[in-house]
Each structure stands twice: as C-alpha cells, then as structure tokens.
Design a protein around this ligand. Structure first.
Ligand SMILES: [Zn+2]
Length: 364
C-alpha cells in the first residue's frame, strides 16, 4: 500500500542508496513512531519509552501467557498501542516499509557559522560524512502489512496526515528536514479520531516516569516570509558538506534552520536560542532547545523544531517557515517576537495549539 508525499524541505539521510535513491527506512520509521507516541499520549493513552533503561518502562510480549492459551491478546496484554504496531521485545513490527525519492544529492549546507567555531565543528561531525545526502522530490512510501493487519494501514494514513500538517518526517527534524505536502491528507481532526479509535491500554495500567512529548503541549507557528527578508540574510556564508553541489546553488542561498536557531540576524550570535537565553538563562534554554553539553543525563533533545525556508509552490514569491514545539504553549508569543526581529516582515499565517486541537476533537 503506497502513500506518496511531496518533500517541501529535503529529507536528511545518512544512507541513501547511491544507485537507486532508495532511502534507509530506519530514520523514517523512527519518526513515525515518535509522532505516534506523542499523539497517543496527547489523547491520554499510554505509550511506553522504548529507549528506557528500565525494563518496566518498555513493553514486552508475554510469551508465557501466550503459551498457556495460544491467544495473541493474552501475550499483548501489557503492550501499548504504539508497540502493537511498531514492535517490542517478542513482537515484530506489523509492517515493512520501502521508501524512495525521485532525487538525491550529496549533503551541503551554507551557514553564517564560521569554520573552527564550536557549532561548526559539530555540524561537520553530524553531516560531513561521505554517505550523508539530501533527498528531494516525491517521497514514495510502500507499506507491506503482515497478513491480518492490513486494516492498520489507516493508522499510517492518519499519522502521515498529521505529520504533514503538524511537523516533519525525517531524521534531524529539529534542523529543518523532512517537511512534506500530503495531497490525500485527512484533516487533523479525522486523523486524531483514527489514532484515538486504535488506542488499546495495557493492563495492568502503567504510568511512565518522566516527561515525554505529548500533543497536549504542542504548538505550531506557520509563517510567511516575503522574498526581501529571506534573501537579505546572507552576506557571508560557510559551507558544510559537498562543495561541488554547493557551487550549483551558490546564487540562491536562503537562511537555513540552523542559522534561524543560532545565528541570525546580523553577525552577532543571535537567533531563537540566544534570544530565549537572554531572557530565561542557560538551564531553561537547554531544556527547550536541547544541548550536546555535559554528561549523558544532561544531553537533551530539542523540544523546538524549526524548518528550513521553503515554498508552497514554485509560482509563489513568498517563503514559508514552520516552527513548532512541545513546551509551554505561552512560548509562542515569545518565539513569534524573536522571529520578527530576524525577519521584519514575517506574518504568522496559522497558529495551532495542541490542547485546542484535542478539545475540538473531543467535541465532534
Ligand atoms: Zn510500548
């Protein structure tokens, strides 16, 4: 069963097959799973933490219970809705995915960040590998379901509808990759109803230790940036990745997600992160924007995601920017103000608040 999406910003991939433009699916499946967890939690369902060191926080198929009765549901009693689809110890993922795009190129990125500075160092660490590529064009996702699970495809359709409207599907989503347009998309309300309908709570009831992304804390700012604001930000640039590919595009540079987060405007170290830090201090900023500093426990994934600039269609002069997060929702006005200091003529076209979305979903 196929779902075809149009990429609006490239999909970053550490391993596009060099000959066929087939993508390595692990990153996409990881992204689908991540969103499914956040949505289920938002709908007050339980989704375990498959990365937890604590076995109590991860689901497991109960082989003993299944052995006694040969009833699959007995084995699945303690398994959350997300693991039922994506698998856990003793229980295979219910589908296989093959993914390909119509086009890919070696990775490159132009940033105002200077060579030799700390950020540039880690940008290079992440992206400047031989296999690092960017995939564009049509993204074709081909799902093969285990026999008897074909009706679960509706969950995939719901997930990809919601992801196309609320976020992105790609590894490194916090750096702007993987925004997609989904022509056959369901509305967010329809998508959420399908996710809700498929929630099966594990027994006995489990509670997750710690705080995890949930649609309840979600917000989104969908913005339009006129051409003059988008183009004026690039006085100088440094290139990470493949120089040859960069040469092809050097006359058409736009601010990347990384620079919006860390660098713009001007030559001083500004951007969304720094502006947040000047008001709230170091530790809260690490909580919200993530960090690579410190020991393993301090390492924290970003809760704020910033797209690259993109166009809805080729004929449009204006650019689009999507910024979304899983934090306090009152952060949106602060983020909107920071964006305005970067792009003076920016306008917020759409604002979505997860809790409001859930309220509407309940009321239909
Ligand atoms: Zn689980």
């Amino acid at each position: 069963m196929k779902i075809i999406l149009q990429t609006l910003t490239p999909i970053w991939t550490g391993g596009v097959d060099q000959t066929s433009d087939r993508l390595h699916e692990t990153g996409l499946i990881g992204s689908l799973r991540w969103w499914y967890e956040a949505l289920v939690r938002g709908l007050d369902g339980y989704a375990c933490d498959p990365t937890s060191d604590d076995p109590e926080q991860r689901c497991q198929f109960d082989v003993k219970a299944y052995g006694k009765t040969k009833n699959i549901e007995d084995g699945l009693k303690g398994v959350c809705s997300v693991c039922r689809l994506f698998g856990c110890t003793g229980w295979r993922r219910r589908f296989d995915l093959r993914a390909s795009t119509t086009r890919s190129e070696p990775f490159w990125l132009a940033t105002r960040d200077q060579q030799g500075k700390f950020n540039h160092w880690w940008l290079s660490q992440i992206y400047e590998t031989e296999k690092s590529r960017l995939a564009f064009g049509e993204l074709m996702l081909e799902f093969t379901w285990m026999r008897g699970y074909e009706n679960q495809h509706e969950i995939m359709e719901a997930l990809l509808s919601l992801i196309s409207q609320l976020g992105s599907i790609s590894p490194k989503p916090q750096y702007g990759f993987g925004l997609v347009y989904n022509e056959g998309s369901l509305s967010t309300i329809e998508g959420l109803s399908i996710v809700r309908k498929n929630i099966i709570e594990p027994e006995p009831k489990k509670i997750l230790a710690g705080v995890y992304p949930s649609l309840r804390d979600y917000w989104l700012l969908q913005c339009t940036i006129p051409e003059q604001d988008a183009k004026s930000q690039f006085a100088t640039s440094n290139v990470v990745g493949d120089m040859q590919t960069f040469q092809k595009y050097r006359g058409q540079l736009l601010p990347v997600s990384f620079d919006i987060r860390y660098k713009l405007p001007g030559s001083s170290d500004l951007g969304l992160r720094q502006s947040y830090r000047s008001k709230h201090g170091k530790m809260p900023t690490r909580q919200v924007f993530g960090t690579l500093h410190g020991n393993e426990e301090d390492k924290h994934a970003s809760s704020v995601f910033v797209s690259h600039l993109y166009k809805k269609s080729k004929d449009e002069a204006d650019y689009q920017l999507r910024v979304w997060g899983f934090t306090r929702t009152d952060m949106t006005s602060e983020i909107a103000a920071s964006l305005k200091s970067i792009f003076p003529h920016i306008s917020v076209e759409q604002k979505i608040i997860g809790a409001e979305l859930l309220g509407r979903e309940v009321s239909i």
